[in-house]
Design a protein around this ligand. Structure first.
Ligand code: XUL
Length: 523
């Protein structure tokens, strides 16, 4: 019975899931995570990011991701799973982050020495030591320049699925080319985190998939190819530095001799990696239109599958490619776990105490509203952070706990209206989805039934399921996505949280108040 490995390189950790899938048996046989800060203190990251005095800057060391990949492959090899049954590997990575490789990479990747650690051999291939990641918001000038050059934000959004966003790769590449022309000239290939890690597995430059490619402001959504006006407006000579785009979940090679000789892996197929949100779409079972998923992680994201690429007229959301070959709408909020943890830590609460407060306090927080911008925010764009508390102080424990949770849920409901998805149910995922008191607020705000999923690591699970789908496709078998996810993506029995009609009515009004405070705060 074949095995499928899914990896997820997120902001803070690398997770692996191995699935066994054959006739009559489908189950997870291995699951493990490595937290970057703990496993690799030598890089000095905090929550996976290098500390910076500038709140707008966020970069991470790509060598740390290579180190984690090697450590995880070692763990998988030693886990007791029968490696020879491993048919395919795929992966997920935090979106938008870019890795800059020099011309040395083409030969370097193909000749990795199995006697030596990976990161030591990747170091000489880097044209830039750090990778700007999705938390970076330092590129407003570049966003404006790119939009102006392609004919405005609408033109960019119509073609690439998003207006220019600070964290999207085009603006990041442009900033690098402006600030370090030498480093940019020495760059032979710009990878995303996903295609970089896939390249390390195959021992050759891997292509990108449309799901992650659409997080760059460079890809034409309809054609799933680079859009020349955006590419040419971003930086000189960029077209020659971008990898090709491959269809979603296509086979891009096999595990290179490095992995075979160093850890005893077979030449398993490597299926194109994608971004964590496209992977989560599959990992939470959104292979059909009509449901919404909400991931409560480092970032909070709300997303749904779309058959057609409907672009957000309000300019807050994104349209990405989906692993199924469809599209997905997504809105991303930076103040996710970090904001929840800030409130919890300020009052020295345990999560149990935090939940207890949610249970004891009335829905609607007596009309009090928080704008939870502890960090610079992506949706709406808030470059200078600052929490606004309307009707309470920063010392009021109960008002702050309820305030942050209600604010996050109302912001998600408000800024996902553009997707026009009829929401009857929500699949909740990510670390904080374990907290049923937070999910009850979600159900009440959205007026929809919320389900918890069995697997917390939806992006890694999605990647393993992409490996399963891609492997079948490469062998000429068309496996419908409903079949792919069967038994792996089931909501937890009895996990359904139904909305309270009275509370929902209250939130319907409060959202309009929230929206008007948000508008005023942004003036
Ligand atoms: C999505 C986004 C984040 C990252 C987090 O646009 O920026 O969700 O993908 O990993």
């Amino acid at each position: 019975m074949p095995l499928y490995l899914g990896l997820d390189s997120s902001t803070q950790s690398l997770t692996a899931i191995v699935l066994e899938a054959g006739s009559g048996r489908r189950r997870v046989v291995f699951e493990s995570s490595i937290a970057f800060d703990d496993a690799f203190p030598q890089y000095g990251t905090r929550h996976g990011v290098l500390p910076s005095d500038d709140a707008a800057m966020a970069v991470s060391p790509p060598l740390m991701w290579a180190d984690a990949l090697e450590l995880m492959m070692d763990r998988v090899a030693k886990s007791g799973v029968d490696l020879q049954r491993l048919a395919a590997v795929s992966g997920s990575a935090q979106q938008h982050g870019s890795v800059y490789l020099s011309a040395a990479a083409a030969t370097g990747l193909a000749s990795l020495d199995p006697a030596r650690p990976l990161a030591d051999q990747v170091a000489p291939m880097l044209a830039r030591k750090v990778s700007p990641i999705w938390m970076d918001s330092s590129t407003s000038a570049e966003c404006a320049e790119i939009e102006a050059a392609v004919g405005g934000e609408r033109a960019l959004a119509q073609h690439t699925g998003s207006r220019a966003f600070e964290r999207f790769t085009a603006a990041q590449i442009r900033k690098f080319a402006k600030q370090d022309p030498g480093g940019y000239a020495a760059t032979d290939r710009v990878h995303l985190v996903s295609s970089f890690l896939a390249s390390l597995l195959t021992g050759a430059h891997a292509p990108m998939d449309p799901g992650d490619g659409s997080g760059m402001n460079l890809m034409d959504l309809g054609a799933c190819q680079w859009w020349p006006p955006a590419v040419d407006s971003t930086a000189t000579g960029l077209a020659a530095k971008l990898p090709p785009i491959t269809p979603a979940a296509a086979s891009v090679g096999t595990l290179s001799p490095y992995w075979q000789q160093r850890f005893g892996f077979p030449a398993a197929r490597v299926i194109a990696w994608s971004g964590d949100n496209p992977c989560s779409l599959v990992g939470v079972g959104l292979v059909r239109e009509g449901r919404l998923a909400i991931s409560l992680g480092t970032s909070d994201t709300v997303f749904g599958l779309m058959r057609e690429p409907r672009v957000d007229e309000t300019g807050t959301g994104h349209v990405f490619g989906a692993p199924t070959g469809d599209y997905m709408g997504l809105t991303c909020f930076k103040n996710g776990s970090l904001a929840r943890e800030r409130v919890r830590d300020q009052f020295r609460l345990s999560w149990e105490e935090f939940s207890g407060i949610l249970r004891r306090t009335p829905a609607g927080n007596a009309g009090r509203i928080m704008l939870p911008w502890f960090e610079p925010e992506i949706t709406p764009t808030v470059l200078t952070p600052g929490v606004r508390r309307l009707g309470f102080t920063d010392q009021d424990v109960a008002a702050n706990v309820r305030g942050v949770i209600e604010a996050q849920q109302m912001a998600m409901a408000l800024h996902s209206r553009w997707m026009n998805v009829k929401i009857d149910s929500i699949h909740a995922t990510g670390g904080a989805a374990a907290n049923r008191d937070i999910l009850q607020v979600m159900a009440d705000v959205f007026g929809a039934t919320v389900y918890q999923l069995q697997v917390g690591n939806s992006a890694a699970l999605g990647a393993a399921l992409m490996a399963l789908h891609g492997d079948a496709a490469a062998e000429g078998r068309r496996l419908p996505w409903d079949e792919v996810i069967k038994e792996f993506v089931e909501p937890i029995a009895d996990s359904a949280l139904k909305p309270n009609a009275e509370h929902h009515g209250l939130y319907r009004d409060l959202i309009e108040t929230y929206a008007s405070h948000e508008r005023k705060a942004l003036l």
